[in-house]
Design a binder for this molecule. Structure first.
Ligand SMILES: Cc1cc2nc3c(=O)[nH]c(=O)nc-3n(C[C@H](O)[C@H](O)[C@H](O)COP(=O)(O)OP(=O)(O)OC[C@H]3O[C@@H](n4cnc5c(N)ncnc54)[C@H](O)[C@@H]3O)c2cc1C
Ligand code: SF4
Ligand code: SF4
Length: 1001
């Protein structure tokens, strides 16, 4: 075979493209996008195929066999050891092969396609009170093909075991392109298959090898196997016997033995699990489901050290918990810096060095409560364990725990927790010794590690802090790995417990199991894939662990001089590169809930995920494209579809701030003479000026520029979608009508930022705001309408935005020289510019940092205290009849509201503030569980973005509005209001207008 294929020849490519309607891409951009997973490695594939259906998947394998092209099947690419990358044709199963083919409620099983995401699978079977047992922390993006490929397991493995324990059968495409259904069969039948003339080559050879291993290697397997059921390294040869040195302590699935195969049967599907795509490509898999347990209680216990927490685990296991997870102090500290997780840390009391989250679950609530009581009395815990009894409280613990790895990776700078010994397991009674000994090893290398994970199963995730950009750091990877592997083997553990071997650990398989088992692994591989086209170099014939590293001597990235600072110091190109490198590839941005990342959620295209954007930016900085122009073009294209929603800043565990990188890139891109801004950018960027000059002649401008009848012309001239209505200039303004709101004799309480949208287009909303403030007795001075410059920033006019900001800051200083007054406003995109972008535009300027802390949305301000110590909202004079009215309101929160971290003063912020404000005046409020509206400022107005904008809206917001005909719809963002109107015909009101309607003004 020609394994040295560097490029697909014209002839092969033509054949592939003819057959594969889902697409085959070999361009440099796609190759960069698929050159990494969540590991420390990087290999550019020769191309990527996107099978549209199972037949196309089959055709790809058949063609690859014909032309001897190496194949790497891939799901979400969240693998941590490099098994989802390789020099070959990647098959991305995650784009189209996402169906649940069949659910059999009685049998408690389901058939799935390989690209189906585990959380989506669980959502589909939840209505039958069923779920898939193994629960990897990455379930929101991990695909079933990936779970099978890696033998995924999770926090509840002490009850459910691993994925291999839940596969009933699999339809597999073998290396020769043929299909086989592998499942549990009687031994005699397996023998027949191994010798049967009727069966085709690959399947027959596979059975021959399996039976040979079962017979000839039984003793060696029992002798060499780690003393734990929690392992994924090498192939699952022990399932062929079937035998395991021990079993998950709470294993009780359908009274099945462990492993779940009768002694007189054989199930090759179980061996396929964990084979990392090296034995066959999964077309479909039939999986066992388990019942969802009705009751759960979580107890979170504080410890003064990791070792102390680990030492108590065997004792806790005697109480039959369903999970025991270790959470280190470092994770909690870092979680505080990621808004979405910071909000969830209510279960943390004090500042413990480590915590154990112990879960009890089942269908007998009384029993669970008894177990919890036993835990509480197990010993004197010092701090009382915190109990999470409601689903919402438990979700907080799990959310923080599940993004642990990503959060730990979010440290700034070049020294980062490195992923190479992150998945070892030892017998649980050896856990504390293991941590102790490993700490000593790490100390010898002058480093330390974060430890967290599945303490119940003896599986800890360990990440030594190293700088892999240096030769020393890379040398230490090998040295530490060797010492750690020796330690874990000495303790009877496994080198990988759930993350697999890939490139990082393949080298250690022989050291762990010895030459005979290595030979058995080869035997199996040779039978299944004689020409070695299936994910070559994984498990069998692996390369050295320190090859194909993401960072090597050749990696010398160069940023450009940004306008905003990416640290607390002055703008610096190297800090810009660091911000790009913050992305570690763990792929949380591929999830289908929350805000991040709307463009991926709508397209399922890796290029439009935050990770894809970060990968392309990094490649550009490292000169990884054939030309600079190609790099600029590629990055521009991907960032063009970024809605700058800041979902990533709030939800990415590493707090990658792609919106900020987008602004900077636009600034840089358009600084090239050959790449000027389009006219439309000026129109949007300088909308305040356009509106100011147009407003006095509003009827004329409205009929010419903003009228519906000129939509076609607007589309042609400015590239604005003709399907969008534009807001109309009001002909009046907040300022014109607002004099009566300010009492010059009285002390000024706050400054009102009259942004250009509310000032010129929607002054009635502005007046509603002012009426509410007056009803609360708040004396408001309205700032001259300069706005905060959001529209300039979003189009990359950063120098202009900085000048603009200086003007606003001067204006504020003139009125409030001592920096005492709050600045409040109605439009989230404007107010949060003061909070989020101004400190970056003026790094080190304390007055700007202080202003950021006293800039509030009007709802946030109303909940805070006036000078007399009473909340403004309590001073509101409300109309009697509406006080207890309780009209239903459905709120869509602006993305920037959702991205706000908890406020330092402890008062509500972001969407919580809107909810609190409306509830205080008697409304019944529900928040739409949605992400970005899809409009994102000017984004949805732009011709080339219209479709994507509507697709994003349709993900959840627009259907939720249509389904709630009874409720009043409220949204603070003007663009969100427009999207709701365009998408549903319903008018969304600013929440302050709802408050105004209940006030005596
Ligand atoms: C933050 C984080 C937390 C994690 N937590 C856990 C955890 O708790 N438990 C756990 O087990 N893992 C965990 N993982 C590892 C990983 O996410 C899981 O193993 C996951 O199941 C991989 O799914 P994927 O879709 O990303 O697969 P990929 O990474 O795309 O692929 C995984 C393997 O499966 C193979 N494969 C994919 N599709 C097919 C197919 N159709 N046929 C044959 N082979 C195929 C691939 O070639 C590859 O070898 C974690 C990873 C991260 C980054
Ligand atoms: S952007 Fe964030 S969530 Fe996405 S892969 Fe990078 S680090 Fe992970
Ligand atoms: S800003 Fe929004 S659209 Fe852009 S990468 Fe981040 S999450 Fe995705």
């Amino acid at each position: 075979m020609n394994n040295s294929i560097e490029k697909l020849s014209f002839e092969i490519l033509a054949d592939l493209k003819n057959e594969i309607k889902g697409g085959v891409k070999t361009d440099p951009v796609t190759r960069v996008l698929y050159s990494t997973d969540a590991s420390i490695h990087k290999i550019e594939p020769i191309g990527v195929a996107f099978p549209r259906d199972l037949d196309e998947l089959q055709k790809i394998v058949a063609l690859a066999n014909e032309y001897q092209i190496p194949l790497i099947p891939r799901g979400s690419g969240s693998s941590l050891a490099g098994q989802a990358i390789g020099k070959g044709l990647i098959i991305d199963c995650s784009r189209y092969l996402t169906k649940v083919v069949d659910i059999n409620q009685e049998e408690r099983s389901a058939v799935v396609e390989p690209g189906l995401v585990l959380d989506d699978f669980n959502r589909a079977v939840r209505k039958y009170s069923l779920q898939f047992g193994p629960d990897p922390a990455s379930s929101e993006r991990a695909t079933m093909g990936g779970c099978i490929g890696n033998n995924a397991a999770g926090a509840h493995s002490i009850i459910y075991g691993m994925t291999a324990d839940h596969i009933i059968s699999a339809e597999v495409i073998l290396a020769d392109g043929s299909t086989a259904t592998l499942g549990s069969i009687a031994l005699e039948q397996a023998i027949k298959k191994a010798h049967g003339a009727g069966d085709h080559g690959s399947e027959r050879d596979l059975y021959q090898a399996a039976l040979k291993i079962r017979e000839e290697y039984l003793g060696e397997i029992k002798k060499s196997w780690p003393n734990t059921w929690r392992r994924t390294s090498g192939y699952n040869l022990n399932y062929l016997i079937p035998w395991s040195p021990n079993h998950p302590p709470q294993w009780n699935i359908d009274q099945m033995p462990y492993p779940p195969t009768a002694p007189d049967r054989i199930n090759l599907a179980q061996v396929l699990v964990g084979s990392e795509g090296t034995l066959g490509i999964i077309r479909t898999a039939k999986l066992r489901l388990v019942s969802i347990q009705r009751y759960k209680i979580l107890a979170v216990i504080n410890f003064s050290s990791i070792q102390e927490a680990c030492a108590i685990v065997p004792l806790i296991l005697e109480l039959s918990p369903s999970a025991v997870e270790l959470i280190p102090q470092s994770l909690i500290h870092l979680a505080r810096s990621v808004p979405v997780y910071a909000k969830q840390l209510t279960f943390v009391i004090g500042d413990p060095a480590a915590m154990l989250a112990v879960e009890f679950s089942g269908d007998d609530n009384a029993l669970i409560k008894k177990q919890v009581t036993s835990l509480i009395h197990l010993r004197d815990w010092g701090d009382e364990p915190v109990l999470a009894e409601s689903k919402a409280q438990q979700k907080q613990v799990w959310d923080v725990r599940n993004v642990g790895l990503g959060i730990l990776m979010s440290r700034l700078g070049d020294i980062k927790p490195a992923t190479f010994i992150e998945d070892m397991s030892v017998p649980v009674d050896k856990l504390a010794i293991f941590v102790d000994e490993l700490d000593k090893i790490l100390n010898e290398f002058g480093t330390q590690a974060d430890y967290y994970g599945h303490a119940s199963a003896g599986c800890l995730h360990i990440r030594p802090l190293l700088n892999l950009k240096t030769q020393l750091g890379r040398a230490q990877v090998r040295q530490i790995a060797e010492a750690a592997v020796d330690l874990v083997l000495r303790l009877g553990g496994a080198i990988s417990a759930e993350h697999g071997d890939g490139i990082t650990r393949g080298e250690w398989i022989e050291r762990a199991y010895g030459p005979r088992i290595t030979q058995a692994n080869k035997l199996l591989k040779q039978a299944a894939d004689p020409n070695g086209i299936l994910n070559p170099g994984k498990i069998v014939d692996p390369p050295k662990m320190d090859t194909s590293l993401r960072y090597d001597d050749g990696y010398q990235p160069k940023g450009w001089l940004p306008i905003m600072a990416f640290s607390s110091n002055a703008p610096d190109p190297s800090k810009l590169v660091e911000a790009i490198e913050q992305c570690n590839g763990v792929g949380v941005c591929r999830k289908s809930t929350g805000v991040m990342c709307p463009s991926f959620q709508a397209t399922l295209d890796e290029k439009y995920s935050t990770r894809g954007r970060a990968n392309l930016l990094r490649a550009m900085a490292a000169r990884g494209f054939p030309s600079e122009d190609m790099a600029l073009h590629a990055v521009k294209e991907t960032l063009d579809k970024c809605l700058a929603c800041k979902g990533c800043k709030a939800e990415c565990p590493s707090a990658v701030d792609m919106a900020k990188l987008k602004y900077e890139f636009y600034q840089f891109y358009h600084s090239f003479r050959s790449k000027p801004h389009p006219v439309r950018d000026y129109l949007f960027g300088f909308i305040a000026e356009v509106a100011k000059f147009g407003n006095p002649v509003a009827p004329f401008v409205n009929s010419l520029v903003f009228a519906d009848v000129t939509a076609g012309l607007r589309e042609k001239v400015f590239g604005l979608s003709k399907y969008r209505k534009l807001p109309k200039l009001s002909g009046t303004s907040i300022h014109k009508q607002a004099k009566r709101y300010f009492d010059p004799i009285k002390t000024v309480d706050c400054l009102f930022l009259s942004d250009a949208f509310n000032e010129y287009f929607f002054p009635h909303t502005g007046l509603d705001g002012l009426n509410v403030l007056r009803a609360a007795g708040c004396n408001v001075k309205i700032l001259r309408t300069i706005g905060a410059g959001r529209t300039l920033i979003s189009k990359g006019f950063l120098r202009q935005a900085k000048n603009h900001a200086s003007r606003l800051l001067d204006e504020i200083k003139k009125i409030d020289p001592h920096g005492k007054m709050a600045v409040i406003g109605l439009e989230p995109s404007e107010i949060f510019t003061l909070r989020d972008e101004y400190p970056d535009l003026f790094p080190g300027d304390k007055s700007v940092a202080a202003l950021a802390e006293r800039s509030f949305m009007i709802d946030e301000y109303l909940l805070r205290l006036a000078r007399d110590g009473t909340a403004w909202i309590s001073k509101l004079r409300l109309r009697e009849e509406t006080k207890e009215n309780g009209t239903n309101v459905l709120i869509h929160g602006h993305c920037y509201q959702k991205a706000q971290p908890p406020a330092k003063d402890g008062f509500p912020t972001g969407v919580s503030a809107t909810v609190a404000m409306l509830e205080r005046v008697g409304y019944q409020v529900n928040v739409i569980d949605d992400g970005c509206c899809g409009m994102a400022g000017s984004f949805g107005y732009e011709l080339e973005h219209y479709d994507l904008s509507m697709q994003v809206g349709e993900l959840s917001l627009l259907p939720a509005v249509r389904d709630s005909s009874e409720a009043i719809i409220a949204a603070s963002g003007i663009s969100c209001q427009s999207q709701i109107e365009d998408g549903t015909g319903r008018q969304a009101l600013h929440p302050i207008s709802l408050v105004a309607s209940r006030c005596i003004t």
